[in-house]
Each structure stands twice: as C-alpha cells, then as structure tokens.
Design a protein around this ligand. Structure first.
Ligand SMILES: [Fe+2]
Length: 336
C-alpha cells in the first residue's frame, strides 16, 4: 500500500548509543562546506536554489528574517555516519533499521530498498531550514559529482525522469529543544502543511526529494543565531558544553545539549524489483554534467529563456534556478 508519509513513534529501544556516536564523529563542519568544482558552479553556493527560493518567497513564518543573517541562519552543522561503503562503527543500527526500510517500501511501493546515507545534522538556536527539497540522484549524477542545485534543477525540470533514482528519507530526532517545527507539503504547496513534532527518538519518512519541507526557527523566541561563518566547526558533547570554534581554533560560542537539535537523516534507494536494481547496478545510461547542461539549455531555448548564445556563469545557473525552482510557500502567519 502506498503512503505519502510514515510516522515512527519510537525508533530505537535506547537512543543513547546513537546520540553518543553523533558526539564521537565530532567535529562537525558547516553544511555549505560541501563543494563540487565545475565552471557552472562559479559564483554560486551548493544550494543556491534554496537561497534564491528563500529570497523570492520567504519562509513559512512570513517574517523572512534579515537577509544579512540568512546564510548563518540556514547553514547548520553536518556530520556523516554513513555514505555508500563508508560506515562509522555503530551506524549500522540506523542504516539497516527495518522500520525505516519498511516505511520506504510503503512510500515508493517497491520491493527492494538499499540504504545508502546517514547524516547527522545539528541545528543551533536561531537557525531554520528554509523551504527546500533534498538533493535527488540520477544515473551518474549526485551531490558528490555535480553541484547540488543543478541536481535539484534536473528533478524539477522533469527532463531526466527516466534516469532518476527513487529515494526515501527518514528524519529522526535525538534531542528536541524549543521551536523548530518540521513542516512538509506531501500533497503539494497549495495544500495545508503537515506539521511534525520533533519528538526525541521518533522518525518521519517521506520522499524529501519530491516533497517540499522546512524547519521553522529553532530555539527560544527571538534567539539570535551565533556569528557562524565558513570554516567553523562544532565539537558535539553529551557530557559538557558543545563548542563552536573558528578556523583559528578560538571559541565562538558554547551550547548545552538541550539547546541543540540533533537529527539523523537516513536515505535509501528504492527499486521496484530485482530487475530495476540490476539496471542501476550495471551502471547503464550514466549521465554526464555536459550532457545535462546541454539538455537543460536546449529546454530553456524552447521556453524562450535563452536566445542566441547561452550565458556564462553564474548567470546560466541563476537562469536555470529561476526557471525551474518555483514552489511558493504560503505563510502560516503574516510578518509582524
Ligand atoms: Fe531536507
């Protein structure tokens, strides 16, 4: 039976070892330190699509926040517990979790689920996750091989659907804190948002690449985000204070665990059946970045967005984002 989302009330018998593992993989870097070098990425950030969307449509709270603090408000800390063959000792307890795999099978109505990624995200007071969809994957195209905004454009353009990998995403919270409601639009952004309480040890599984989602401002009302900037790191501690340091090693800010939101993000490929899995394993029809760019440029010509020579970077990327990444979020309350 197909489901748009699956809620799991209690993921682990005891979540403490998983939280401890999250501390052990410290230090955490800022999410935006991930980067793929390619000429089309010049002058753009990895999730430029999210930033452009935020500047155009704002957030669910209808306040938008100050543009000058946008980067630090939306740039949380991220660690990797599993990615493909790389697995931290102990992370198998979530990577191979049967309840998550079962939820993925329901969402994509598929027989074969291949867990692939577990990220640990740490959000600090004053931060929010802007409305976005996650980075999808296509044959030969993923967050490690192409700029992340470009892979999102691929999905939203609909031009590469025959090469798309189905992915289910489970988010599980290990610590809670104030605010930071997880909101998503499984029935489209014109339908009411589904709000999910980030209850510790619960999990929520959806297709985050398709379903727009966001996290409202986290922390006490009016909390100002610390002056985070590229190169800073977070040392997550369960027993004492967690410390953010700058690239020179100086302490920027300290947090107790109950001031932080620690979340696990689980991702799995979903295949209809063994034959579908085999098609992916053979590595047929791998797309290259040049083929992808050419096909999108061709489509932009058909749409009348490009006449004559295609623009260079960053204008070409900005044009792609402007044309395809459009999902206006209705605010739940007007700005004060
Ligand atoms: Fe996300």
């Amino acid at each position: 039976m197909t489901a748009r989302s699956v809620h799991i009330a209690s993921l682990f018998k005891d979540p403490e070892p998983m939280l401890r593992l999250c501390a052990e993989i410290s230090p955490y870097g800022l999410y935006t330190s991930e980067r793929v070098d390619h000429p089309i990425n010049q002058g753009l950030s990895e999730r430029h699509d999210v930033m452009a969307h935020y500047l155009r449509y704002g957030n669910r709270m209808g306040d938008g926040g100050a543009v000058k603090t946008l980067a630090r408000r939306t740039n949380y800390f991220r660690g990797e517990l599993a990615y493909g063959d790389r697995l931290q000792t102990g992370a198998g307890a979530i990577l191979q979790h049967e309840a998550l795999a079962s939820a993925a099978r329901k969402i994509h109505e598929c027989d074969v689920v291949v867990p692939h990624i577990v990220f640990a995200n740490v959000v600090v007071p004053g931060q929010e996750l802007a409305p976005h969809t996650d980075v999808p994957e296509f044959f030969g195209c993923n967050r490690k091989t192409m700029p992340q905004w470009l892979v999102v454009v691929m999905l939203r353009s609909g031009l590469f659907d025959e090469s798309r990998l189905r992915i289910a995403t489970g988010v599980s919270w290990l610590s809670s804190g104030e605010g930071g409601t997880f909101a998503c639009w499984p029935d489209g952004v014109d339908a009411p948002a589904v709000e999910v309480e980030a209850a510790p040890n619960s999990a929520f599984v959806i297709d985050n690449c398709d379903v727009v989602h966001a996290v409202d401002r986290f922390g006490p009302l009016g909390a100002e985000v610390a002056p985070l900037r590229p190169g800073m790191q977070l040392d997550l501690s369960l027993d004492g204070q967690s410390v953010v340091t700058d690239p020179e090693g100086a302490t920027v800010v300290r947090y107790s665990l109950d001031e932080l939101r620690v979340a696990l993000v689980w991702k799995a490929y979903c295949f209809e059946d063994a034959a579908d899995l085999a098609r992916w394993q053979r590595g047929d029809n791998q797309l290259t970045i040049d083929v992808v760019i050419d096909r999108i440029v061709q489509d932009l010509r058909v749409r009348g967005r490009i006449t004559g020579l295609a623009p260079s970077s960053p204008e070409l990327g900005l044009l792609m984002i402007d044309e395809y990444v459009r999902y206006p979020i209705p605010a739940v309350c007007a700005a004060a």
